[in-house]
Design a binder for this molecule. Structure first.
Ligand SMILES: [Zn+2]
Length: 121
């Protein structure tokens, strides 16, 4: 199960990630946690090449995904050739290294559902 959580406003139902102190839609302060899990669809992505020394890669790929419940989140893509609309699953991975210590963060990998869809095309 995912260690990452999204937040749902108890007043208006808006879904946000990461946590905000106030709901961006209505300003309410009571937000309920919901696990980031299940299948998400890739909405857009970008590659970043000019990285600080905290990154031990030539580039990283960041993507914005949308979960089936409408929640959107930004995370690192662990996919060689991302495609808008592809199906992804939540995972964790090293997003950077701080003083030799790996820092884990929200990542997305190709879902088995997407692999099946790709094969059948
Ligand atoms: Zn709200």
């Amino acid at each position: 199960m995912s260690r990452f959580y999204g937040y749902v406003c108890r007043k208006c139902g808006a879904r946000v990630y990461p946590r905000h102190w106030r709901c961006p839609s209505c300003g309410a302060t009571e937000l309920e946690t919901v696990p980031l899990e299940g299948i998400a669809t890739l909405l857009t992505f970008t590659r970043i090449y000019m990285l600080s020394l905290a990154f031990h890669e030539r580039f990283i790929t960041l993507g914005i995904v949308e979960f089936e419940n409408g929640l959107r989140a930004l995370g690192k893509l662990l996919v060689e050739e991302p495609r808008v609309g592809m199906k992804l699953e939540v995972t964790t991975g090293t997003v950077r290294v701080d003083n030799g210590n790996p820092i884990e963060g929200l990542c997305f990998c190709e879902s088995s559902e997407d692999r099946l869809l790709t094969k059948s095309q």
